[in-house]
Design a protein around this ligand. Structure first.
Ligand SMILES: [Zn+2]
Length: 145
């Protein structure tokens, strides 16, 4: 079943239609396909375009700390490929949220706003991280498409 993410505040559509990637051995292997180090690829998106991966805290702890989103709350358990976000999302303007080595690292917390101004999630985009968007469960909802 496909679904898309929406803003709870204004009902704007935040992602394209996405399919669930089960947290099966295949799902895990998708997130474990590259080791940090000299030979890693420049852009690392563990979730393929058009997919959403449902993770849990236990799953996340199996991976090196520097390679995972570090602000995952127990209820924020979906990872999305950032290229699946719609144009209603934009970066938070505060400069302190734009720190990172050579990309925004998201380590200061949620950094993506809906067009209505609601904080809806965190994008991790620095070179040492997995490139994912993690929606805030309390501020968003899924609707079947
Ligand atoms: Zn909104």
């Amino acid at each position: 079943m496909s679904s898309a993410l929406y803003c709870k505040n204004c009902d704007a559509q935040l992602t394209r239609r996405l399919d669930v990637i089960p947290l099966s051995p295949e799902g895990v292997s998708r997130c474990n396909f590259v080791e940090p180090g000299e030979n890693r690829v420049a852009e690392v998106a563990p979730v393929p375009k058009g997919g959403k991966l449902c993770v849990d805290a236990e799953f996340c702890t199996e991976f090196p700390a520097s390679w995972q989103p570090n602000s995952i709350d127990a209820e924020d358990t979906v990872w999305i490929n950032p290229s699946d976000l719609t144009s209603v999302l934009h970066w938070i303007s505060e400069v302190s949220y734009h720190v990172g080595r050579d990309g925004v690292d998201g380590n200061n917390g949620p950094n993506k706003l809906c067009k209505c101004g609601a904080l809806v999630g965190t994008e991790y985009a620095d070179s040492y991280q997995w490139h994912v968007f993690v929606p805030i469960a309390r501020h968003t909802y899924w609707k079947e498409q």
